[in-house]
Design a protein around this ligand. Structure first.
Ligand code: ARG
Length: 469
């Protein structure tokens, strides 16, 4: 079979080269975008008088037929066809004869491949936004049930301050909101259509590129033909956006793994989202969460791989750029499945409120509250109050107590010893300061963890979801 570009060659391509050079194995993934681009391109050729109406009709009918065959799995992709652009164009010519050979007027595979991948990235970005918003809503639904559920808030994975489980879920959720916004920003930036740039220098035809851009869902035609075929910024933006999504997924997965251990026991995966061991019959492993955590590595790898491929490439198109597609496909596929399974497994997660509450009673979670109490009630400077509380913690640890159990006499004698002052402590006020629920509810500053404040945050996020999707 003669190649599209074969006429200047005396000898046919080496079979090894054929396998090495071809991208059809993976870029057949772009068949829908390729046909969409060809349909609009053909209409444009008709509009500028390069096709007769009958020729346009015949091209459109041929492309529809090819679509159907690919969708139904009867289309034959072969190595000789090299890539999806060639495969579709030669199938078209086979079907409709000479007219099919007019379709490639005023375009090149260089702008065609840029267009196809850009359409793909734009389509998948919108799908990812949808999946992320579903995940956000799932998190918010669970959060609503747990605005009063106490859990130990941590920094450095050490007990810090009492918070609610709902508050923690909202924290996860806000990261996913930024992921949706990041995708949105990239859609705005990558909204210029490359089709009509041809090989690198434009065409001598009066391509109606602006109309073409609109018909393909872009804001405008790209500014410079050379940049259009030489850049893959849009693919890198998506790879980075996915790397960020997966970073968030991995942190969330890590917490679920920790929380589902015996040591924590905060949550339990439902049986349909857990796995067992082939040797240890008692095991219930969080494989789903571990894979979610592990797949982040791929997303980073794909980003670094394309960044490296693009580095230092001379303008304009280079075949190196064919390496862009597998990275993009893999990241998109990975992110979609990860977000979906995360969403489903969260819905069936059981939450052990009692265990979380119990773990709030160790680790001196109310230490900050005691310091604030000394500041607010007895006007002790914060730095001093911090020091005194530290002494109280040491005292409590020695007695095997949690700081929340320290009594008035102990506190008074520590104050006397540290400040040389007799301070009479109000018993009820101290009890309230050291109460775990009160501690959580007291933090009602904007963005804080009190139940009312978390309800407000949930409302804000739900409103945002409604307004933005
Ligand atoms: N298969 C190629 C790619 O994916 C399409 C563009 C080829 N252009 C060329 N002049 N060889 O990048």
């Amino acid at each position: 079979m003669t190649k599209l570009w074969g006429s200047r060659f005396n000898e046919s391509a080496n079979e090894l080269l054929e396998r090495f050079n071809a991208s059809i194995e993976f870029d057949k993934n772009l068949w829908e975008e390729d046909i969409q681009g060809s349909i609009e391109h053909a209409k444009m050729l008709y509009a500028i008088g390069l096709l007769e109406v009958a020729e346009l009709d015949s091209i459109l009918a041929g492309l529809q037929e090819i679509s159907k065959e690919i969708r139904e799995g009867t289309f034959r992709f072969t190595l000789e066809n090299e890539d999806i652009h060639t495969a579709i164009e030669s199938a078209l010519s086979k079907k409709i004869g000479q007219v099919g050979k007019k379709l490639h007027t005023a375009r090149s595979r260089n702008d065609q491949v840029a267009l196809d991948l850009m359409l793909y990235c734009r389509k998948k970005s919108k799908i990812l936004q949808k999946i992320l918003s579903t995940l956000m809503q799932t998190l918010l639904n669970i959060a609503k049930e747990h605005t009063q559920t106490l859990m130990p808030g941590m920094t450095h994975l050490q007990h810090a301050q009492p918070i609610s489980f709902g508050y923690h879920l909202v924290a996860w959720c806000v990261g996913f909101k930024r992921d949706i916004q990041r995708l949105h920003a990239s859609l705005l930036i990558n909204s210029e259509c490359p089709l009509g740039s041809a090989a690198m220098a434009g065409t001598p035809y009066k391509n109606e590129r602006e109309n073409l851009a609109q018909s393909l869902g872009f804001e405008s035609a790209s500014i410079n033909a050379m940049d259009s075929v030489a850049q893959r910024d849009f693919a890198l933006d998506l790879l980075y956006n996915i790397a960020m999504i997966m970073l968030h997924v991995s942190r969330l997965a890590e917490e679920l793994i920790i929380w589902s251990s015996y040591e924590f026991g905060f949550v339990q995966f439902s049986d349909n989202f857990a796995t067992g061991s082939s040797i240890m019959p008692q095991k219930k492993n969080p494989d789903v969460a571990e894979l979610l955590r592990g797949k982040c590595g791929r997303a980073y790898g794909n980003l670094i791989s394309l960044l490296t491929t693009m580095k230092s490439l001379p303008f304009a198109y280079n075949k190196d750029m064919q390496e862009d597609k597998e990275a993009v496909f893999d990241s998109v596929q990975t992110a979609c499945i990860c977000l979906e399974i995360l969403n489903e497994s969260l819905k069936t997660l059981s939450i052990n409120k009692e265990k979380m509450r119990k773990m709030c009673e160790v680790g001196h979670l109310v230490a900050t509250d005691l310091a604030d109490f000394l500041v607010q009630e007895y006007h002790i400077p914060f730095r001093e109050a911090h020091h005194i509380t530290g002494v109280c913690v040491r005292y409590a640890e020695k007695g095997g107590l949690d700081l929340s159990k320290i009594d008035v006499q102990d506190l008074e004698s520590i104050l006397l010893q540290e400040l040389g002052q007799d301070i009479i402590i109000d018993k009820d006020k101290l009890a309230s300061a050291l109460n775990l629920e009160h501690s959580m509810q007291r933090r009602n500053s904007l963005g804080g963890c009190s139940s009312d404040e978390v309800k407000r945050q949930i409302h804000t996020l739900e409103q945002w979801l409604q307004d933005n999707l």
